[in-house]
Design a binder for this molecule. Structure first.
Ligand code: ADP
Ligand code: MG
Length: 559
């Protein structure tokens, strides 16, 4: 009909679809998790919307997800009566990828040499709705937004274009109809029209979904006189994982829940469960991922905590519950005594939320500290992936500074292969050494070749080698660790010997005056140094000056 419009997919979506169609990801079953996860989100949104907008004309009595199979037509339908999408939503959400990090993700996939590498990458990136194209060669989506009269039908074979048309009689919510690919030789066993197969996948991936996932099954007639019987089964147990006692939940269930909320196909590095009863009742289930998201250092990076109130989903990305430097932590907080009407603005002022936030931060920091003692390899992964973000906390979160310092690792001159804890550094400090010495710079080799280092090396003093741009920030903000001040070896006067050599000074006075005079356009002062052993001279910054790296950074930013 004339109302069918054809659109082209955005270039990134086209690439992503090619990856799905040629399915370099081996775990195809995961498409169902993605669709169920979307349906569950849509039901959460509708419940909240209906609560907030009493005029919304929707029936919320039987919110659920439904799987329907047509063996002859080889279709599998995933249906929900959730919030639905408007026509514009469909074009915006299904035709394009709004997620930051997608372009970077695709570039990495292109550049990864082998299929296994690419598969690894896909595993780190939730592909969502597009995962349908791993198992279907045509996908239809019919949806109607809550409260709207007209629905929208979307259809695509995944090859470059999709069509959109209005639908007069679409039911409330969204149906995704997968026209399943013919099973090829190597996948003879995977038939997504088989009830036991679907039952198994739902149980494995989506058991904790708090909405019923139903499937209608038909039992063949027992004898010639009877009819085949149909029955509706609920496939999942619907238990909110964070509300169940830890002893009853398996590691696998936690992992699947993590994948659901984090949009990550990998395992979490660490699971943290917390609860409090009494005046401030809440439960929290948090995860430290095993790898950093691609947008960790992008401006619009999300915070990973979802807020629930007594099992009712309230919002994603709850920034009031977690500070920016822990933005990589994923999870759920379910608070008992909040109003369902809370907004982002009121949350910021809420005393209960502030209290929960303080506890989450302390718990995460202590968890990482314990991890450092208990599992060195996991701790190393943590630090490699998130260390740069955590160090932002040294500047942002003065209350927890000591706890953050305890989980930091720094390169040092002791061993190029082995970063050190501050605890380790302090334990190795030489007799008479007062400070924790560090030098910041662009790279390890620049620092190692710096004349500033010579005297320290000769004395056997260890020096922290700080090469992240963020290091320049925190060294200025953090005065001390364990009573020892941080001291740059490149700034001001470093007293390696406490007794000043006044005689030498007098001896060289004329020479120094002459040299200061000759160089007065270039330097503030010329003085004798004890930090050099083989180089004849070096240039140092004043203790009040910006470190060279920071100066460069500010200059680059146009200051
Ligand atoms: P993600 O879930 O990570 O946002 P998806 O590709 O899975 O990414 O889905 C993209 C968007 O499409 C969702 O954020 C949601 O807004 C919309 N969407 C997908 N499925 C549904 C659905 N069943 N009901 C309502 N909206 C949906
Ligand atoms: Mg999704």
């Amino acid at each position: 009909t004339a109302q069918v419009e054809t659109f082209e997919f955005q270039a990134e979506v086209r690439q992503l679809l090619q990856l799905m169609i040629h399915s370099i990801y081996s775990n195809k079953d995961a498409f169902l998790r993605e669709l169920v996860s979307n349906a569950s989100d849509a039901l959460d949104k509708l419940r909240l919307e209906a609560f907030r907008d009493k005029d919304l004309q929707v029936d919320t009595d039987d919110l659920h997800i439904e799987l329907a199979v047509d063996k002859d037509a080889r279709t599998l339908t995933v249906r929900d009566n959730g919030i639905g999408m408007t026509r514009d939503d469909v074009v915006r959400l299904i035709g394009t990828i709004a997620k930051s990090g997608t372009a970077e993700f695709l570039r990495q996939v292109r550049e990864s040499q082998d299929a296994a590498g690419a598969q690894d990458l896909i595993g780190q990136f939730g592909v969502g709705f597009y995962a349908s194209f791993m198992v279907a060669d045509k996908v239809e989506l019919v949806t109607r937004y809550a409260g709207e009269a007209e629905g929208t039908r979307w259809e695509s074979g995944g090859e470059g274009t999709y069509t959109i048309e209005p639908v007069a009689d679409a039911p409330q919510g969204t149906s995704v109809i997968l026209h399943l690919k013919a099973a090829d030789a190597e996948e003879q066993l995977t038939d997504y029209t088989t009830p036991w197969k679907l039952r198994e996948i739902v149980k494995r991936y989506s058991d904790f979904i708090t909405w019923p996932i139903r499937m209608e099954t038909t039992k063949p007639a027992v004898d010639e006189d009877s009819e085949p019987t149909t029955e509706v089964e609920t496939l999942n147990s619907m238990k909110a994982l964070w509300a169940r006692p830890q002893s009853e939940v398996t590691a696998e269930e936690y992992s699947e829940f993590y994948r659901h909320i984090a949009n990550d196909w990998a395992e979490p590095l660490k699971t943290v469960q917390m609860s409090a009863e009494g005046t401030f009742e809440y439960q929290a289930l948090l995860f430290i991922p095993s790898h950093a998201p691609l947008d960790l250092f992008m401006r619009d990076a999300h915070r990973g905590i979802q807020l629930y109130v007594k099992r009712v989903f309230i919002m994603d990305d709850c920034e009031s519950l977690i500070p920016e430097y822990l933005r990589f932590v994923k999870g759920v907080v379910d608070a008992a005594d909040l109003s369902l009407n809370v907004s982002r603005e009121t949350l910021q002022q809420d005393r209960q939320i502030q209290l929960i936030r303080r506890r989450l931060v302390k718990k995460i920091l202590s968890t990482v500290k314990d991890l450092r003692g208990a599992d060195a390899e996991k701790y190393r992964t943590f630090w490699t992936e998130f260390g740069r973000a955590v160090k932002e906390g040294l500047v942002q979160d003065t209350d927890n500074r000591d706890a953050i310092l305890e989980i930091c690792s720094f390169d040092s001159t002791l061993d190029p292969e082995q970063p050190t804890s501050l605890r380790g550094y302090v334990e190795r400090m030489k007799e008479g050494q007062q400070h924790i010495y560090y030098m910041t710079g662009d790279s390890r080799s620049v620092i190692e070749n710096s004349p500033h280092l010579e005297a320290f090396r000769d004395k056997g003093y260890e020096v922290l080698v700080l090469t992240d741009p963020i290091d320049e920030m925190w060294v200025d903000a953090v005065p001390e660790y364990d009573g020892k001040q941080f001291q740059s070896i490149a700034k001001g006067q470093v007293d390696l010997d406490t007794e000043e050599d006044e005689e030498r000074k007098a001896e060289y006075a004329d020479f120094l005056t002459w040299m200061s005079e000759s160089l007065k356009d270039a330097v503030k002062e010329v003085r004798l140094s004890k930090r050099l052993t083989t180089s004849p001279a070096c240039v140092v910054g004043d203790s009040g000056d910006l470190a060279p790296n920071l100066e460069k950074m500010y200059r680059a930013m146009g200051h």
